[in-house]
Design a protein around this ligand. Structure first.
Ligand SMILES: Nc1ncnc2c1ncn2[C@@H]1O[C@H](COP(=O)(O)OP(=O)(O)O)[C@@H](O)[C@H]1O
Ligand SMILES: [Mg+2]
Length: 307
């Protein structure tokens, strides 16, 4: 395989595909384990683009791994290994497609709620606030500006919609769905994870404006942090050096998708599928941004392509 050829989708003869998401392909490995493969697909304006971003899957996987390890004292997690050599034989036959971009994880029974935490006023939270002075029922001080840091991070859960957008729910509704004790535990853990991650990332030049966690129960009834964690795909990353709300600064563009959106905005495209392709120089600039996000966060370079 060409060292830098991006992966648009995987197909593994030895494993059963259980889900193809916007970005990740999920396979069943055995009764207790899944393989989550991050491809190089990218979406913008809710459409998957026909152009892939080289190394994106590798960066997403490396960022999740970094956070699982760094935050392990706050939440046990599902990650067993990202090293192909440590995975079962059924996975190791497919090395070329999978290396660097795959997480071998404990299979769980997923809690059907997206645990969203918002530390800054952005996206749908900003829209809510402008309309109601609240975000998902949390009353906020008046005259906050777009992108401003909130007085304290907010937990704003949503139900996982099978299709389309997730629906925000109150904590009371969440407690009806998964039980009061679990709801409390997921909220407290999500807030603790976000606080620790936000403080750390900020010290490294990245603002994590908001994020989404998922949790599941393992076979022993333990609650595990699952899915991807604190990646640019599950979070809103902003470059700290472009952050200045209220000081005449614009709302920072997202760290990773900025060039994609900027380019697409120059086109006469109605933001409905099919999305147009990206020119090679734009795709290359986006790859560089992803690698930069990893380098900033971890202080390490991901190095040359491993595939
Ligand atoms: N440990 C796990 N056990 C069971 N399901 C998991 C686990 N980790 C992640 N998942 C599920 O894998 C799926 C990933 O697919 P999806 O979110 O559609 O992909 P994408 O984010 O690429 O669009 C989610 O439904 C998530 O709940
Ligand atoms: Mg998802």
């Amino acid at each position: 395989m060409n060292a830098s050829a991006p992966v648009s989708q995987t197909s593994l003869a030895s494993l059963v595909l259980v889900r193809r998401g916007k970005v990740r392909d999920v396979y069943s490995v055995d009764e207790e384990h899944l393989l989550i493969v991050a491809t190089d697909r990218i979406s913008a304006f809710d459409c998957i683009l026909p152009t892939q971003i080289s190394r994106k899957g590798e960066v997403l996987t490396a960022i999740s791994r970094f956070w699982f390890e760094r935050l392990a004292h706050l939440a046990p997690h599902h990650l067993v290994t990202t090293e192909i050599e440590h995975m079962p034989d059924s996975v190791r036959g497919e090395t070329a497609q999978l290396r660097g971009r795959s997480m071998f994880v404990k299979r769980t029974e997923v809690f059907p709620v997206e645990c969203v935490v918002r530390g800054y006023l952005a996206g749908s939270g900003w829209k809510d606030y402008q309309r109601t002075g609240q975000i998902c029922g949390h009353r906020l001080p008046p005259r906050l500006r777009e992108a401003e840091q909130l007085p304290a991070p907010l937990f704003t859960p949503a139900t996982k919609a099978a299709e389309g957008h997730d629906e925000n729910v109150s904590e009371a509704r969440m407690a009806e769905i998964i039980g009061a004790e679990a709801a409390r535990q997921l909220r407290d853990t999500s807030l603790a994870l976000y606080r620790a991650a936000e403080t750390y990332a900020r010290s490294r030049g990245i603002i994590i404006a908001d994020t989404k966690f998922e949790f599941g129960l393992d076979r022993d009834g333990r609650t595990l942090l699952i899915d991807e964690v604190l990646t640019p795909d599950s979070s809103r990353f902003w470059p700290l050096d472009q952050y200045a709300p209220g000081c005449g600064g614009d709302v920072p563009a997202s760290f990773d998708k900025q060039f994609v959106r900027d380019y697409l905005e120059t086109l006469d495209w109605n933001k409905r599928p099919p999305a147009p392709p990206l020119p090679p120089e734009v795709a290359a600039a986006v790859t560089a941004r992803y690698l930069e996000a990893y380098r900033l966060l971890t202080g390490k370079s991901l190095g040359l392509s491993v595939s």
